[in-house]
Design a protein around this ligand. Sequence first.
Ligand SMILES: *[C@@H]1O[C@H](CO)[C@@H](O)[C@H](O)[C@H]1NC(C)=O
Ligand SMILES: *[C@@H]1O[C@H](CO)[C@@H](O)[C@H](O)[C@H]1NC(C)=O
Ligand SMILES: *[C@@H]1O[C@H](CO)[C@@H](O)[C@H](O)[C@H]1NC(C)=O
Length: 499
Amino acid sequence: MAVGVPIWFSLLVLTAVASSLAQISAEETESKEFVLTLDNSNFSDTVSKHKFIVVEFYAPWCGHCKKLAPEYEKAASILSSHDPPIVLAKVDANEEANKELANQHEVRGYPTVKILRNEGKVIQEYKGPRDADGIVDYLKKQSGPASAEIKSAEDASSLIEDKKIVIVGVFPKFSGEEFENYIAFAEKLRSDYEFGHTLNAKHLPRGESSVSGPLVRLFKPFDELFVDSQDFNVEALEKFVQESSVPLVTVFNNDPSNHPFVVKFFNTPDAKAMLFMNFSSEAADSFKSKYREVAEKYRGTGISFLLGDVEASQNAFEYFGLQDSQAPLVIIQTNDGKKYLNANLESDHIAPWMQDFKEGKVRPFIKSEVIPAENNEPVKVVVADSLEDMVLNSKKNVLLEFYAPWCGHCKKLAPILDEVAVHYEKEADVVIAKFDATANDITNDSFNVQGFPTVYFRSASGKISSYEGGRTKEDIIDFIEKNRDKAAHQESESPKDEL
Ligand SMILES: *[C@@H]1O[C@H](CO)[C@@H](O)[C@H](O)[C@H]1NC(C)=O
Ligand SMILES: *[C@@H]1O[C@H](CO)[C@@H](O)[C@H](O)[C@H]1NC(C)=O
Ligand SMILES: *[C@@H]1O[C@H](CO)[C@@H](O)[C@H](O)[C@H]1NC(C)=O
């Protein structure tokens, strides 16, 4: 499956942001707008006049854009009196004339915010917070030098906070190839990390004073707390930072300062092991240390580890079709989309189960509702566990709707499918069925479900086709008549007729 942050995690983060935004009062009065409005006619002109400009690509209908708007405006008003002023702009990417512009800037979702430097020659993704104060702080840092000089212990302690990754270069002098590479590297990754440089390692926390460099020290709020590298090749630096900035075990709970690391976790190309448990329970410490041992053992073998608190994991549980009562549990998601589950486990079981998983002895876990005891409605209910019996091996003609409970078009289609089902009630070889694709995994590749509703037809002899016709009773019956295999006794008669 695609690498990337899953919807259940995005939901949690967005909800957290939304609730913090809700607290900000609507004190804007209709006055001067500080955010510049740009469109395709004046975008390049405007950008080419700025060393540093921030552009939000938005769509008028997008809820997160509406939430961001007052914060963005407030930040723009504060930053207009920064020295030099920092300009914030917006582009309605939904406007036909601006679509090309949005494409050029790789806008794939809304809002997308970009930082454009050097008259637009360097473009970076905005990765800061979405509240006014957070935007202001982040952009002040982004508009300054990529790496800040550390001249005192105070400088160091204001840069190196407890909950962030901060990278510091220690140099005998601020010149030469190593220093230049370091600054180039800082420019490149400045929207992801904070950078500093110093002539004196004594200023650094936890640093022994004998270090004279050149050396790069990465401070992190987990594991060994800092790591050093002396390879100043820009690519080597990047690799060093990427590898050192993912915790051995990523922690997922309601603390937002952990969320950037969760994003990194989901963006690794590795298989993902997730242990969900109640962090307040008595057994928590034992689980944490056993899990850590396992993570240590499999470090570098293509699997990353996350430890999640059930208190923060409702969305994750829903997504995987799990119950709170199954915790503590480990679920592993591999890149081919398969899942492996060990529920209600004890801390001593983690290691042997991982071993079994690595040796290919664990069977994939399939999310399924329970097979309904009664299935007497005209439209039959199919779940993951009955897909084979009721559809694939049924030797019947099955029209199967994949739906989501929240989907409006599905709700419109439901009474029509009912009528079709009633129409075929007397014909045992035709089944009209539905499958809740949010509560059940689709275990067969023949069904490609990208949106709802998706309707497939499987003929009695096994020919699978997707239904693309009109959503009326007549259209659907017409389709079934054209594609169904007639009952077996008719089939066996017809060859004789042809002889
Ligand atoms: C760009 O053009 C649009 C419409 O043509 C206008 O509303 C907007 O104010 C212009 N922006 C600037 C910075 O000139
Ligand atoms: C977690 O454990 C604490 C303490 O035993 C308990 O009060 C809380 O309800 C539990 N939370 C969940 C989601 O089970
Ligand atoms: C999907 O179902 C068909 C039978 O209709 C079967 O031949 C095929 O092997 C199944 N594929 C998977 C991945 O289970």
